[in-house]
Design a protein around this ligand. Structure first.
Ligand code: AMP
Length: 186
């Protein structure tokens, strides 16, 4: 199964993608994680991406596209994938269609986790305490939410127009939400 996960930061995409990956036996590909690894390893790409990430802005489309092209061309995505954190704007959605089209591995379902902003600010404050991510401070979180609203939310329409978008209520326990996602995939 070839899946794209949509939803604001803190909507539980990462947690749910990890659970689904076990069940479906496909790789979970998170551009945020790939970028954080590049920053930690101080690769040229990491050094270029860091400032935007620390500010809660999007890293340039060009940089992230290079990363995703390379990752999606790996053998392990032939059996499917769960993409988390990409695409983040309409240009990325279109670029992704091209990449996946030429690999003959197009997206089959886009799952959009719906959570309101109030809940998200609370959840991310908790995550900041537990994980200490440098972009989970209140000011950066607000910026990430604004970026989501303005640039990423329209991506859902891209998949809705293809008839493959499923909206999922993202409020509830991890198990409840996982069940909703499984129902959407059955
Ligand atoms: P995430 O872990 O998905 O919340 O991503 C953390 C940060 O990495 C984001 O706030 C962006 O700065 C950057 N990032 C992740 N994915 C993308 C993407 N597809 N395009 C641009 N920037 C991204």
């Amino acid at each position: 199964m070839r899946i794209v996960f949509l939803g604001p930061p803190g909507s539980g995409k990462g947690t749910q993608a990890t659970l689904l990956k076990e069940r479906l036996g496909v790789p979970h590909i998170s551009t945020g994680e790939l970028l954080r690894a590049a920053v930690a390893a101080k690769t040229p790409l990491g050094l270029q991406a860091k400032a935007a990430m620390d500010a809660g802005e999007l890293v340039s489309d060009e940089l992230v596209l290079g990363l995703i092209e390379e990752r999606m061309a790996s053998d392990d995505t032939a059996k499917g994938y769960i993409l988390d954190g990409y695409p983040r704007n309409l240009a990325q959605a279109e670029a992704l269609d091209q990449v996946l089209g030429s690999l003959n591995r197009p997206v089959q379902k886009a799952l959009a986790l719906m959570v309101d902003e109030e809940q998200i600010v609370q959840r991310l404050a908790k995550r900041a305490e537990m994980e200490g991510r440098s972009d989970d401070t209140e000011e950066v979180v607000r910026n990430r939410l604004a970026v989501y609203r303005e640039q990423t939310a329209p991506v859902a329409d891209h998949y809705r127009a293809k008839g493959i978008l499923v909206d999922i209520d993202g409020v509830g326990t991890i198990e409840e939400i996982n069940q909703r996602l499984q129902n959407a995939l059955d």
